[in-house]
Design a protein around this ligand. Structure first.
Ligand SMILES: [Zn+2]
Length: 223
């Protein structure tokens, strides 16, 4: 079972919780969590939580559904503009794959959870690519710069409805999903679950064989 003390919150309640000192900059009492519950149509309630340090600007966000959901693979083929509005709930334990451009967003120490749509995911990818491009340009790696430009051109064509993009999201904890008319989903196989990264979550083996997965405490000192 997953502990969900957040359930006591009502939708639209915003809570600010003081977390004390910042582990990054050592600021005294500067770390805060801003949490609120948000009802997503055809999905259910999720809690969005952002940790912010007022002193150094450290920020980390996550989103956790408040209902238990099975671990699934969701797929949508984006072919026209309206498909860009397919909603994306990405918890820190979610892996996103953008097939045609070979981009994979995996859980990592600095991974963020978010609720957005496919267009928002493409915007995040574009920002990352721009940074990569900048680095590669400074290194004089023309080949890599060209590759980045190709991917950015492809993203632009997807946004204009000129090229297709297959978007996939998988989450061994069932905390991530795609929501929309064209979305298809199926349960993840045990093999897939074992091969996926959990991000900041720690897998806890059940003691008596009851239940298969447990969401353990989040590692606090992420990046
Ligand atoms: Zn700080």
């Amino acid at each position: 079972m997953v502990e969900k003390r957040e359930k006591e919150l009502k939708p639209d309640d915003v809570q600010v919780i003081s977390l004390g000192d910042c582990p990054i900059c050592g600021g005294k009492g500067t770390l805060k969590a801003i949490q609120y519950v948000h009802d997503i149509p055809y999905f259910g309630k999720v809690m969005e939580s952002t940790i912010i340090c007022e002193k150094c600007g450290y920020r980390n966000a996550d989103v956790i559904p408040l209902e238990d959901r099975p671990p699934k693979l969701y797929t949508v083929k984006v072919e026209e503009e309206k498909d860009l509005f397919t909603r994306v709930v990405r918890s820190k334990s979610g892996t996103i794959e953008l097939d045609e451009i070979g981009v994979k967003i995996e859980p990592g120490p600095a991974a963020e959870g978010f609720v957005t749509n496919v267009e928002g995911v493409l915007e995040r990818v574009r920002e990352t690519l721009l940074m990569t491009r900048h680095f590669k340009e400074q290194e004089g790696d023309d080949e890599a710069v060209e590759k980045v430009d190709e991917i950015m051109d492809y993203i632009k064509d997807v946004k204009d409805g000129k090229k297709p993009l297959t978007v996939r999201i998988m989450d061994p904890l069932g905390n991530s999903a795609l929501i929309g008319e064209k979305v298809r989903s199926r349960l993840l196989t045990q093999e897939e679950i074992d091969s996926l990264s959990l991000g900041p979550y720690v897998k806890v083996e059940p003691e008596d064989g009851e239940g298969d997965r447990e969401k353990a405490e989040k590692n606090s000192g992420e990046k």
